[in-house]
Design a protein. Structure first.
Length: 222
């Protein structure tokens, strides 16, 4: 009887120990999943303790800085996603319009006389600069249309547009950003390779099916 009671006590103590361990692990996971602002507040509250060792103080100060940067980064990412959805159509139609103009000018340049060549080159350069603007517009900023539906934009908006346009094309010239013509040539080259591989796959499958058509069932030699 005593042995049975002792066995029960051992099982209870084991289950209690396991329960405490599970509780501790849950508490730790909850602390890890704390919102960033709450972690900052907790760290700031801890820093108010004058008896806090210098090593821990320094650690918490660094943590606060890192968490604040993370909050800022998260805000920027959310803003970029929001603006990408909001201005997707506007950018799509502007890019389509400019691409048609750019391609049309390039075709004209191939068959033009020497007199109009220089003028066409300038027009192509301008069209490409506009395409660079649409392609590389900063993701965390409200898109400013090149062709607004309502004419007469605010002077401040126009100034911002000109500044962004200038900065983007300066970055293209310096090599920080890739110009539209290079990006489009990479895309077209990739599409050509993909189409070629599809054709090869189709041809291989057709040839295999043709070979199967001419296979004759032979009986084994008796």
């Amino acid at each position: 009887m005593n042995n049975m009671n002792q066995g029960k006590n051992n099982r209870n103590s084991t289950s209690n120990a396991y329960g405490k361990q599970k509780l501790n692990s849950n508490t730790t996971s909850k602390e890890v999943k704390k919102p960033l602002r709450r972690q900052i507040r907790d760290a700031q509250r801890l820093l108010k303790n004058r008896k806090l060792p210098d090593s821990i103080r320094q650690e918490k100060e660094l943590l606060i800085g890192d968490l604040m940067l993370q909050i800022k980064r998260n805000k920027s990412e959310l803003k970029a996603i929001k603006y990408a959805k909001k201005y997707k159509k506007v950018k799509f139609f502007e890019k389509k319009k400019l691409t048609r103009k750019y391609q049309s000018l390039c075709k004209k340049l191939k068959s033009c006389d020497t007199d109009d060549r220089e003028e066409l080159q300038e027009e192509i350069k301008q069209a490409e600069a506009y395409l660079n603007y649409v392609t590389h517009f900063p993701p965390g900023v409200k898109y400013i249309s090149l062709f607004p539906s309502k004419p007469g934009q605010d002077a401040k908006v126009n100034a911002n547009k000109d500044e962004i346009y200038k900065r983007i094309n300066e970055d293209v010239i310096s090599g920080k950003l890739t110009t539209y013509s290079k990006l489009s040539s990479k895309v077209s080259f990739g599409n050509k390779r993909q189409a070629k591989s599809k054709r090869l796959t189709k041809n291989n499958s057709d040839s295999t099916q043709g070979d199967e058509f001419f296979i004759i069932d032979r009986k084994p030699d008796e």
